[in-house]
Design a protein around this ligand. Structure first.
Ligand SMILES: Nc1ncnc2c1ncn2[C@@H]1O[C@H](COP(=O)(O)OP(=O)(O)O)[C@@H](O)[C@H]1O
Ligand SMILES: [Mg+2]
Length: 232
């Protein structure tokens, strides 16, 4: 079991947009709990502990969705690790207000240990591994043998490991990392993600035998007042 440093500031929390933390009783938080339940159904007969979160293209809500989901799972008492594997556009250090001097890339290149690089977020049960310095060869690092070993080590210490990744139609990182994980969550943004792009994303994931656990429809406004829906 890894011994993780406590975050120094206890007043910390999340930078904007993490609704489930700020407003756990809102309909949106309720939708996230529904997504959590649906994911749990997928886990009933299988040992699913590691997921990537991706989408077809940039800015469709991958990071926002995964952050809210991570908090929702942590609120249930599960020990959660959020790993910032979007080495193209890392955001977790901003969101969780942690240092990004070292992180995932430092661990893969053996400059730091997992124990040294994972930090607590100030939210109970939720830990983050920020990206670390952005390397020139993200795909190579994410698809490496060392990465595979690290994922195993992460699952020893956490109930669930959630990887934020770049868009699958743009770079190969999500495919490379997804192959090493138990499944993928695919985010679709209402009025933004084009049908062709979504189909391409699905094909790209399935081509490398990644199990798509579910599709999360983000930013859907509607009469029913909820704007997060999940369908499997
Ligand atoms: N449902 C939503 N409602 C309002 N803003 C959103 C929503 N989803 C995403 N955003 C905003 O859109 C931008 C892109 O979201 P982000 O999660 O960073 O996308 P990605 O990780 O896919 O690039 C961010 O500024 C985020 O706050
Ligand atoms: Mg992102």
């Amino acid at each position: 079991m890894l011994k993780i440093k406590k975050k120094k500031s206890t007043s910390a929390g999340l930078e904007g947009g993490v609704l489930v933390k700020e407003n756990p009783k809102s309909p949106i938080s309720e939708q996230y709990r529904t997504i959590r339940t649906n994911i749990e159904y997928s886990m009933v007969d299988k040992q699913l502990k590691t997921f990537i979160c991706t989408s077809a293209n940039p800015s469709e809500g991958k990071t926002m969705t995964l952050t809210n989901l991570a908090v929702t799972f942590a609120q249930q008492g599960k020990r959660i690790l959020f790993v910032d594997a979007d080495l193209r556009k890392p955001m977790s250090h901003h969101l969780f207000q942690v240092n990004n001097l070292f992180g995932l890339t430092s661990v893969i290149t053996k400059k730091k240990t997992l124990e040294e690089a994972i930090v607590s977020t100030g939210i109970g049960n939720l830990f983050v591994l920020p990206s670390g310095p952005v390397p020139p060869n993200p795909s190579e690092l994410l698809g490496s043998r060392t990465m595979e070993e690290l994922i195993l080590a992460m699952t020893d210490s956490f109930d669930l490991v959630l990887f934020d990744t770049p868009p699958v139609c743009v770079v190969t990182d999500a495919q490379l990392l997804g192959r090493l994980c138990d499944g993928a969550l695919l985010v679709v943004r209402s009025n933004q993600t084009e049908k062709g792009a979504l189909v391409k994303a699905k094909v790209l994931l399935e081509q490398v035998h990644i199990n798509i656990i579910g599709v999360i429809l983000n930013d859907k406004s509607g009469e029913e007042s909820s704007y997060y829906h999940y369908y499997a």
